[in-house]
Design a protein around this ligand. Structure first.
Ligand code: FAD
Length: 451
């Protein structure tokens, strides 16, 4: 599927109409702001590396966003929203050029109440938690990019992360209360979506409106201790992960399991994790440490690193070695690594996991993130794959799928093909309503392209 080229646009007239707005026209800057982390995928690199916007606009408030939307509609200019640009699948890469709308200046926290907050989309997650934690609250789940990524970008492009072991994924009902979007109609307006309607915009890569406000449900903020537990045996580590996930009395935020040699890629922990051992990277509430120690003992693990909650803001953050940061660290050691995202089929004895571990050996290294999936604790795999060819990668994907695993394919920029979002009739109709000219992040939504 190829993106259609943009019509001839009178950029002088566009710039004139963007009066009083902060613009970036420097080509080097535009190129930088046209990229994200699609570089993790050797399949996407040749498809996306030459794609760039024509102009970057950095609005300071919602009125300015309305102005940009009006100008884009009037001149039929494609518009791609950018938060921090940490997405993985070329989500914010402008396939048809046009304007890149950098919303990072919309970074106000409107209010924080017990269990709920209202924010602008450009608020960075770590910055939010810094404000909320003294009041006893924090975001329910954050990606491992939480220090740089924006809340709007997480909702429009992310899926879950640290905290998902307790709260599930972003798409689960209740994890996003409400949002407001600016439309790309002839007369752009702000509309509010609440309840199940939020799913129209959730994980939609910004093709269904520009998010300008979000109501985010919060979680109680505990003092989190960061730990690494080492195991002689990979399956023992995986079973420990499952047992910890199911230990309802132990409060945790992260259970991340890594088969050797992945721990050897975690440079700051190299002298802590014994050579050849598989490990669990954990965030556990300080009051739960005593029962955790008993569980570690039961599964034959050894705690080889712990950082007390009071040192959270000092030194290395363990979360930044989990979720897709694992891939980042592996690639810094060997750039031929790529990855997969897999929901493993129900496998109570871990027989399938054991099979995968031995079947692929050193070609596919197992990295598991435990999460709550429809109320049950399940491992998701973010396997590291030693890339050779696209054909072999597809063979590996097929091998998993034929045995009941579901792959959320990170090697496509097409929304539906990624597998995290199904576009139904209602969502397509919503797109026709809010973006009748198909200007928002064009080329990403198959249902729109094939309508
Ligand atoms: P961007 O990359 O800027 O945007 C993401 C998508 O949202 C784009 O399609 C963009 O057009 C759209 N968008 C952004 N802002 C708006 C808005 N205001 N209105 C409408 N659309 C908008 N993801 C996870 O879910 N969990 C993880 O644990 C995780 N770990 C990662 C680790 C690494 C090393 C990397 C590189 C990526 C990881 N990601 C993860 C992906 C990404 O970091 C997160 O999804 C992040 O939250 C995206 O936020 P961002 O501000 O960078 O969004």
């Amino acid at each position: 599927m190829t993106a259609t080229p943009s019509p001839v646009i009178n950029w002088d007239a566009v710039q004139r109409d963007l009066v009083n707005l902060e613009l970036i026209a420097d080509p080097a800057q535009i190129t930088k702001l046209s990229q994200d982390y699609y570089t993790f995928s050797p399949v996407l690199v040749p498809l996306l590396s030459d794609k760039r916007g024509d102009l970057v606009v950095r609005p300071a408030n919602v009125d300015e966003i309305l102005q940009v939307a009006r100008v884009c509609v009037q001149h039929r200019v494609p518009l791609t929203v950018r938060g921090a640009g940490t997405g993985n699948y070329g989500q914010c890469v402008p396939l048809q050029g046009g304007i890149i709308l950098d919303v990072s200046r919309l970074n106000q926290i409107h209010w924080i109440r017990p269990g709920l907050a209202c924010v602008e989309p450009g608020v960075k997650m770590a910055a939010f938690d810094k404000e909320a934690r003294p009041q006893g609250w924090e975001l329910r789940m954050v990606p491992s990019t939480y220090r740089t990524a924006t809340i709007g970008g997480f909702i429009a492009g992310g899926s879950g992360g640290i905290g998902s072991i307790t709260y599930g994924q972003l798409r689960d009902r209740g994890n996003l209360q409400a949002l407001k979007v600016v439309t790309m109609e002839d007369e752009p307006r702000i509309i509010e979506l609440r309840g199940d309607d939020v799913q129209k915009v959730n994980h939609a890569y910004g093709v269904n409106g520009i998010i300008v406000e979000l109501e985010m449900p919060l979680a109680p903020a505990y003092p989190w201790t960061e730990l690494i537990v080492a195991f002689e045996d990979f399956l023992a580590a995986a079973r420990f992960g499952q047992a910890l996930g199911e230990s309802d009395g132990i409060i945790k935020k992260l259970i991340s399991i890594h088969a050797w040699p992945i721990p050897s890629y975690f440079v700051p922990f190299r002298d802590r994790i014994p050579e050849g051992q598989h490990c669990a990277l954990l965030m556990v509430a300080e009051p739960s440490l005593e029962p955790l120690q008993d569980l570690v003992r039961e599964y034959g693990g050894t705690i080889c690193y712990d950082k007390p909650a009071q040192d959270t803001h000092r030194g290395t953050a363990i979360g930044e070695f989990t979720w897709n940061h694992t891939t980042l660290h592996a690639r810094s050691v060997d750039p031929d690594f790529t990855y997969l995202q897999t929901l493993l089929p129900p496998d109570p004895e871990f027989a399938f996991l054991d099979h995968l571990y031995h079947h692929f050996g050193d070609e596919v290294l197992l990295h598991l993130e435990f999460l709550r999936f429809h109320g049950k604790v399940r491992p998701a795999a973010l396997q590291l794959v030693r890339y050779t060819t696209e054909e072999r990668l597809n063979e590996i994907i097929r091998y998993h799928e034929e045995r009941g695993a579901f792959i959320f394919n990170p090697h496509t920029y097409i929304l539906e093909d990624g597998g995290m979002k199904t576009i139904n009739r209602e969502q397509l109709q919503f797109k026709e309503q809010v973006d009748p000219y198909g200007l928002l992040n064009p080329g990403k939504m198959r249902a729109w392209l094939e309508r």
